[in-house]
Design a protein around this ligand. Structure first.
Ligand SMILES: Cc1cc2nc3c(=O)[nH]c(=O)nc-3n(C[C@H](O)[C@H](O)[C@H](O)COP(=O)(O)OP(=O)(O)OC[C@H]3O[C@@H](n4cnc5c(N)ncnc54)[C@H](O)[C@@H]3O)c2cc1C
Length: 407
């Protein structure tokens, strides 16, 4: 049975909510309760490819990403818990001039920080990733600090580290609304009754916008479908080969067991209004879009020929959330005190979870935020994208150009 009160309630036990719970406890916050409508880390988080990619030309994103990669590198020291992080590096591949310029800017940004990145020849790239057939004229940047992490292991480790520090976790408890008095949150309504709380972190993933609507907030965060698939064993796949990201067709390919994991952006983008789903909907039952998978396979096979005959052994798909500028939302929305929204993962929530969870905790606790929170404010869109239609169209567009943006 859930407690009758807590100081802080975190709604949602995906990677963002569990990170917030850990960081709250780490900041000394007592009586933190995390609730989830399902089992922990059972929605979009376990579907992810788990790639980390910190290098950016945008200064805010670069600082944010650097913090996150350092956190992953030191996860056990920071939390006392272990994750399955493989720092195998990544190859970022640009086929055309505009994206080659972007690679050069990323190279310069990394070098300025003293980070070790280098351009590779196609033959060197082929040595590192034997299944990869780089096209002539492309440029390839090796980013050694990138890699990937088993995504569920991150949420589970954050949750365990939070529990180690006194956080209570209750699964199969659904928040149905908030109790609000004089513009301030005073509790969370659940099907079993109201739990009093001074602050609430809303990290409900795909359901965040819908939850906001119930309490009169128009949160600019929309679930957009993302799909990936995993093949059976393929000759030439190496256990520690770098992740390959190809900018123009927006595909990523990484090793998964003896096969490859393939994903990509902009293939038949589709956003959702969670009000259209049955109340009992759970992310693993999201319907597949076979055409998306076919398009993905056709695009990736041009660069990884053995994918042409590969057997698919697993499909992954879920509902990451997108904002109209592609950045996170980590903020108290105007007009409602005591609520911190933690959403709009931008299909990078695993990667960004350390920094996002810490900022949410900083806002709740009231200490100096570790990074400028204005950039991630829920109110930064003003009156823009105020209708469902304009918001969904914009977020689908942002998703469609994921690898073409600078953040
Ligand atoms: C195929 C695929 C590949 C991806 N690859 C990557 C990648 O390589 N790198 C990367 O960083 N990211 C990747 N992502 C994105 C990543 O999965 C998401 O950014 C991340 O999982 C979002 O976490 P979350 O905590 O916001 O959401 P979720 O994991 O969905 O968690 C939200 C939780 O809130 C709970 N909840 C909702 N409503 C309520 C309520 N009312 N009461 C109580 N609980 C509630 C849900 O049950 C759920 O557990 C990928 C995603 C997909 C689908």
């Amino acid at each position: 049975m859930s407690p009758k009160s807590a100081n802080v309630i975190v709604i949602g036990g995906g990677v963002l909510g569990t990170s917030a719970a850990f960081h709250l406890a780490e900041a000394g916050q007592d009586e933190v309760l995390l609730i989830d409508r399902g089992p922990l880390a059972s929605a979009t988080t376990p579907q992810a490819a788990g790639q980390t990619g910190y290098l950016n030309v945008d200064r805010f994103a670069l600082r944010f990403g650097t913090y996150c990669i350092e956190f992953f590198e030191n996860f056990e020291q920071r939390t006392g818990r272990v994750i399955d992080f493989r720092q195998c590096g990544s190859l970022r591949v640009a086929l055309t001039k505009p994206f080659q310029k972007d690679l050069e800017a990323r190279h310069a940004a990394a070098r300025q920080l003293g980070h070790d990145v280098e351009f590779l020849s196609p033959s060197r790239a082929r040595e590192l990733v034997p299944t990869f057939d780089p096209p002539g004229g492309c440029r390839i940047l090796l980013i050694p600090r990138d890699g990937y992490v088993e995504p569920k292991s991150v949420a589970v480790a954050f949750a365990a580290a939070a529990q180690d520090r006194g956080v209570a976790i209750e699964t199969r408890v659904e928040a149905t609304g908030l109790r609000i008095k004089d513009g301030r949150v005073t509790g969370v309504r659940t099907r079993e009754g109201t739990i009093a709380a001074r602050s609430v972190v809303l990290a409900a993933g795909a359901w965040t916008r819908q939850f906001g609507q119930r309490i009169g907030l128009n949160l600019r965060t929309v679930p957009v479908r993302h799909q990936a698939y995993v093949t059976g064993p393929l000759a030439g796949v190496l256990p520690r080969q770098p992740v390959v990201r190809i900018t123009e067709p927006q595909i990523y390919v990484r090793q998964e067991a003896a096969g490859l994991l393939v994903g990509g952006y902009g293939y038949r983008p589709l956003s959702f209004d969670m009000n259209e789903f049955d109340a009992a909907f759970e992310v693993p039952s999201l319907a597949a879009d076979p055409v998306y998978y076919q398009q993905l396979q056709a695009a990736a096979t041009k660069f990884f020929p053995s994918l042409g005959g590969a057997v698919v052994i697993q499909e992954r798909r879920g509902l990451p959330t997108i904002s109209p500028d592609g950045r996170l939302i980590v903020s108290e929305p105007g007009g409602l005190r005591g609520l911190v929204v933690l959403s709009a993962c931008g299909v990078g929530g695993i990667d960004r979870s350390p920094g996002a969870g810490r900022l949410a905790a900083d806002i709740v606790v009231g200490g100096p935020p570790w990074i400028d929170p204005a950039v991630l404010s829920a109110d930064r869109f003003g009156d823009d994208y105020a209708t469902d239609r304009s918001l969904r169209a914009r977020c689908e567009e942002i998703y469609s150009h994921h690898y073409h943006q600078v953040y």
